[in-house]
Write a protein that binds this ligand. Sequence first.
Ligand code: PEP
Ligand code: MN
Length: 370
Amino acid sequence: MEFPSLKSWFEGAEHYPFIIAGPCSAESEEQVLAIAAFLKSTGNVNIFRAGVWKPRTRPGTFNGVGVKALKWLQRVQSEYNLRVTVEVASPKHIEACLKHGVDVLWLGARTVSNPFSVEEISEALRGIDIPVLIKNPLNPDIDLWQGAVERIHAAGIKRIAAVHRGFSPFERTLYRNMPKWEIPIELRQRIQNLPLICDPSHISGRADLVPGISQKALDLTMDGLMIEVHSHPSEALSDSAQQLNFDQFSSLMATLIIRQPTIDDKGFLNQLEELRNQIDSIDFQLIELVASRMNISKNMGEYKFKNNVAVLQIERWLEILRTRTDHGTLLNMEPAFIERLMTLLHQESIRIQTTILDNLKTSGDNWSEE
Ligand code: PEP
Ligand code: MN
């Protein structure tokens, strides 16, 4: 599969890193135009983004203003000379966007999670020459992401970029969506030359975390960033915590360290560096998982105190050891290694529970003295 580089997408797309910015949702004509005026003035932005139909996880939240916002985006094009992109989730959305001259379409995470929708959309796109951005699916399923790229490509679309926006965690984590950097890195290995853009806003979920994720994406030589920017983030009708205000966007642009990809590496890291990045990403996830395990240990400590149960229960420990070494063996790991690893985790868990018990006992004594 051949994919043209972002630079060649249209005239004026040379600016590196390729920046797509704008509000999560188009809310009013004034809001859209004020944000576009600001973004144009920075000189950093390749494409203006705004959600018109919003896919919401829970009902009863802002669904977007719909077709009428497409007219506002036409003013962004004519008055600020910016290209515009909109999320599409159905052939009807595509038809409306094409009628209003939207320059670039994007498929959201929820849409990419459903191969039926991607198939329907690729049929609607057949024979049309428009760039398409494809976000990763909600779950960390690289085949689903790759499949969406292949389906859209097979419909004849050549200007495609993948957008990494992180993966829904079950546990609460620092980030709204887990970056799992090893997945976009692998996608780039599987589909060479596919432009890759990071969406630090949806990964972070919090404006203050956006710069760190943006820098990380550039360090991994991703080609661009899709960033949510709002004139008054606290009043935004969707994703208010993660949108940058104008000052935050300007300071991000000023502080990003940009490693211009050389012609030699074409923006790709060497194999060893790619593997190190995958290991780094997995290590951070390991630490987050261990932290969730320790939190549960803490809750168990409290429960054991209330119910007067001993901290160490030997049958439970033997069962843990047996089931974990069996599972490790299935994955071709040495039983002795799994045993050492589990012992280490177990010791820390016992330490935490013992501390909790001691603290609760002390505070109980204090209380009874009163
Ligand atoms: C968005 O970009 O506002 C959006 C809804 O993104 P995602 O599909 O990544 O959740
Ligand atoms: Mn959003």
